[in-house]
Design a protein around this ligand. Structure first.
Ligand code: B12
Length: 490
């Protein structure tokens, strides 16, 4: 029997459907006995997993791991479970193990790592373990060789989502996941494609898919959406695809097919891609309930966009253009920016802060999410520059779960050689003033009066560009706390 474990990841908010594990469950359905344990819902995951091993004879524990809190939980739990159940086979997968498989396999409690989109590799691994044969030839598998050294095979071909079965929703407590958001009373997550055709060199997705993009058809995606609405009274959907809007025809077809459902929806896209869309597609998206789109705007400098290998026809002019366009259609642009990029992080940050003011002038409803440049192990100008400045990833899990590297994983790090104070403080101060001047529209908890208090208190600072020591705004935001999308999702 297989236990699929989702370590806790959603501190302080309602959890997101564990789609990584639903995708694995979908291919095990009808073939293997398995159970999904979501650490976000299970108060004592250690005992719950222990019971499945002890009482139900589970012999494989498969864990999905993102960098950050999930990694910390999983790193602490594995040795404890392995000590109690030495015959248990532990398999890790997901974004962190895919990129840092060697670090994971230096931990004796972890037996295998499945890298990339691992449905096929995982099924084949289970077959080998069941038959007692050697799985170490499998594409996408990382393992320890005879000398105990971590080794990895090439990534396996990405399974096409259109050929994969639907998520087995009956395997999770579906009614524990719908949550209220600015889009609806019962919002749920879905994922309808793998990858992204672009290779921005700060993005971990490139390490997962290498610029490939494979999607379920508009018909299939609409059918699943309709089922969520019908069976769980869902009134809003977050499509967490890394890039939902790659093909205009698919987007337009999907929008036309779900219009009658009267739901709100959100997804992630590229600016240059959507700017090529026809007015008809924009009307279809608006009329189908598209409320907000997450856009990687990244920077206020075309030079930095190039250094990021943003590719396509990305430009700061286009970022302003889409802010205006989305204003016309009443669809909120949610723009993320990556601040403090080497080699001149100060100048880079100032340029982007000035640019964000321009964006807000064009469309004040624009949601702004600030990240600090956080290297991923991906060759490119930024990572090479970072290494020259003395940056290196931890070599052990113990290193990765330290406070500094937990901050790093959540893109708010103080350990990066090129991002020291006063620059780091300056970016944070700008963020305090910006978030008070323009409180997010995604937090339902902010009343009109609280919003006005924050805006009034910050108006002079924002107008004059005085961000230093915003002690009064920090006090106010502590007094009137609200959730920020970049830390807890909306
Ligand atoms: C939903 C989501 C969340 C949810 C939590 C989801 C959960 N598991 O509970 C929330 C919003 C809480 C969240 C938080 C964070 N997230 Co997040 N998240 C995502 C998102 C958007 C979707 C994940 C998903 O379900 N995908 C759909 C499934 C089907 O795909 P998948 O996860 O890749 O799974 C496949 C493979 O990876 C593999 N696989 C995955 N797990 C396993 C396990 C085994 C055993 C096997 C065999 C295979 C396998 O097979 C699966 C099927 O093909 C991804 C980006 C993306 N679109 O995937 C970012 C993403 C994973 N998150 C990311 C980050 C950085 C974070 C945060 C650190 C952000 C922050 N600033 O705090 C926090 C960390 C929270 C934590 N560690 O606890 C980054 C990771 C980047 C990196 N360097 O590795 C991503 C890639 C976003 C990005 N584009 O940068 N996240």
């Amino acid at each position: 029997m297989v236990v699929l474990y989702n370590p806790p990841s959603s501190a302080g908010r309602k959890p997101v459907l564990p789609m990584s594990l639903l995708a694995l469950g979908a291919i095990l359905e009808g073939k293997e006995h398995y159970a999904i344990v979501d650490g976000n819902l299970e108060p004592d995951a250690e005992s719950a997993i222990g019971a499945l091993i002890g009482d139900r004879g589970a012999d494989i524990l498969a864990v999905t791991v993102m960098p950050g809190p999930q990694l910390a939980d999983a790193t602490a739990l594995m040795p404890k479970l392995k000590q109690r159940h030495p015959r248990l086979t532990v398999v890790w997968g997901g974004y962190f193990p895919t990129q840092h498989w060697d670090v994971c396999l230096r931990e004796p409690a972890i037996d295998f790592v499945v890298r990339g989109h691992g449905e096929r590799t995982f099924q084949a691994l289970i077959d080998h373990l069941g038959a007692g044969t050697d799985p170490r030839q499998l594409p996408g598998l990382a393992y320890r060789d005879e000398t105990g050294q971590p080794r990895s095979n090439e990534l396996a071909p990405i399974p096409h989502p259109e050929e994969l079965p639907d998520f087995p929703y009956h395997r999770v407590a579906m009614d524990r996941y719908p949550r209220p958001t600015f889009m609806g009373r019962r919002t749920i997550a879905h994922h309808s494609s793998y990858g992204c055709p672009f290779k921005c060199n700060f993005c971990a997705v490139v390490n997962m898919v290498g610029g490939r993009w494979l999607a379920q058809s508009a018909e299939r995606t609409a059918r699943v959406t309709e089922r969520l609405v019908r069976d769980w009274a869902i009134d809003a959907v977050e499509f967490y695809d890394n890039n939902f809007f790659v093909h205009e025809l698919r987007t337009a077809d999907f929008a036309a097919r779900i219009r009658h459902l009267r739901i709100g929806w959100w997804g992630e896209s590229r600016i240059d891609t959507m700017l090529r869309y026809s007015e008809r597609t924009w009307r279809l998206m608006r009329d189908s309930g598209l409320r907000m789109v997450f856009l990687g705007a990244e920077s206020g400098s075309d030079e930095t966009l190039q250094r990021m290998n943003k590719g396509g026809t990305a430009s700061v002019a286009k970022t302003l253009e889409i802010a205006a366009k989305m204003g016309e259609y009443g669809i909120v642009p949610e723009m993320s920016f990556v601040m403090g990029n080497p080699p001149e992080p100060e100048a880079d940050a100032e340029t982007t802060m000035r640019f964000i003011r321009q964006v807000k002038a064009v469309n004040p409803a624009t949601e702004v999410i600030l990240y600090l440049y956080t290297p991923v192990p991906l060759s490119g100008e930024l990572y090479e520059q970072a290494k020259q400045e003395g940056f290196a990833f931890p070599e052990t899990l113990a290193g990765w779960v330290s406070d500094d590297w937990q901050e790093f994983a959540q893109r708010r790090s103080a350990v990066m050689p090129w991002l020291k104070d006063p620059l780091r403080r300056r970016i944070r101060e700008f963020e305090w003033v910006l978030n008070a001047r323009y409180p997010t529209s995604t937090d339902l908890g902010i009343s009109r009066s609280r919003r006005r208090v924050l805006q009034t208190a910050s108006a002079w600072r924002y107008r004059l560009g005085v961000y230093a020591y915003p002690v009064e705004l920090r006090a106010l935001q502590r007094l009137l706390p609200y959730r920020r999308p970049e830390t807890s999702g909306f």
